[in-house]
Ligand binder design. Structure first.
Ligand code: ADP
Length: 334
């Protein structure tokens, strides 16, 4: 399950790398973010300065890492990649910052998971391009300021609300990535099938696009799985019925819900009679971390109108009950 979500396996990662768009023009969909970002980059290029720091927020697999790479490509600067969980001590961050080249793009994935001490160091670095290196201990300790080259920080987070306000405020631009339409995912798939030399007709790709949870990473992964099916059980080409049959094998339903999505929905219906139920209780009942349920499964279930979040907890909607094949219960008399 984790592998299907975050694409951690090496072959998966290599397959992803091969499909990443390189320039902003290749990046499908997200017209607002693309337009906003191209203004930020063009203006910086015209002024001959490093672009403002950029924060990208949105569920996993929507293109945050890809955009960071595109930013570096568009301004023709190197890219350094790290992540919040990898920066636990301020010293880890100081080492990275002090080794940056002039104008380099520093990508910090899951920036909301950085330690507090590192975060405070980052504030100063973002604003003044300086770090204070503490030398010595106790009363004799002194802070030695170290000037940094100018750089552009690109931070990625699943929800910008997870960031403390002082950090959020230091980004000159925040791009919110939203789930992709089926049409946009279809375009992603046409491009990917071309690159991977996969034979497919438009209806076949449309079927995959409509079941990819609005997520390019998932669309590309399902494309490879459907290709397997077409090669082994079909005629080698991805047609609509091949896509349907293959996705049945991989337990992806018509809305694109996968096992985690469905088990969250099922737990809400069966164990909690439709809710409301709190996040941590729900997470325990599906044996997942609260963060995964909240940031990976829920955004899509909410967007599809299958559950709602209320101050009292999560509730299944009528559409949610029906999606699992049940009649919604009568509303209680109040
Ligand atoms: P995130 O960092 O948000 O988790 P990634 O940038 O790693 O997501 O994107 C996952 C995969 O999806 C990439 O390998 C890329 O090929 C593909 N992808 C993402 N966004 C787009 C897009 N707008 N157009 C084409 N492919 C995309």
């Amino acid at each position: 399950e984790r592998l299907t979500r975050s694409g951690a396996g090496d072959p998966e990662r290599a397959a992803e790398a091969a499909l990443r768009p390189r320039g902003l023009d290749d990046f499908v969909g997200q017209p607002q973010v693309r337009e906003q970002l191209s203004l930020v980059l063009d203006a910086a290029l015209a002024r001959g300065r490093a672009p403002d720091h950029v924060l990208l927020s949105g569920p996993p697999g929507l293109g945050k890492t890809t955009l960071a790479m595109i930013i570096a490509h568009e301004i023709d600067k190197p890219l350094r990649v790290t992540s919040g969980p990898a920066i636990q001590h301020a010293g880890d961050l100081a080492a990275i910052l002090s080794s940056l080249e002039e104008g380099e793009v520093l990508f910090v994935d899951e920036i909301h998971r950085m330690s507090r001490a590192a975060e405070e160091m980052l504030y100063v670095a973002m604003e003044d391009f300086r770090v204070d290196v503490i030398v010595g201990k106790g009363p004799g300790a002194t802070a030695i300021p170290l000037d940094l080259p100018s750089f552009t920080l690109v931070g990625a987070t699943t929800r910008s609300g997870l960031l403390p306000a002082p950090l959020r405020d230091r980004f000159g631009f925040t791009g919110h990535l939203d789930f992709y339409s089926t049409e946009d995912l279809h375009r992603v798939l046409v491009r990917s099938a071309g690159k991977l030399d996969i034979a497919a007709d438009s209806a076949g790709l449309h079927e995959i696009a409509s079941r990819s949870r609005g997520t390019p990473r998932i669309a590309n992964r399902l494309l490879r799985r459907v290709r397997d099916w077409a090669q082994v059980r079909g005629d080698g080409t991805i047609h609509e019925d091949a896509a349907r049959a293959a996705l049945r094998v991989y337990e992806v339903d018509e809305l694109g819900l996968d096992r985690l999505d469905r088990s969250v929905l099922q737990a809400l219906c069966h164990r909690f009679r439709g809710g409301p139920v709190g996040l941590s209780t729900l997470a325990v009942s599906v044996a997942e971390e609260a963060e995964t349920v909240e940031e990976v499964a829920e955004p899509f279930l909410v967007r599809e109108g299958l559950i709602t979040r209320t101050p009292r907890g999560r509730i299944v909607t009528d559409a949610g009950w029906r999606h699992l094949g049940y009649e919604p219960p009568e509303a209680p008399v109040t």
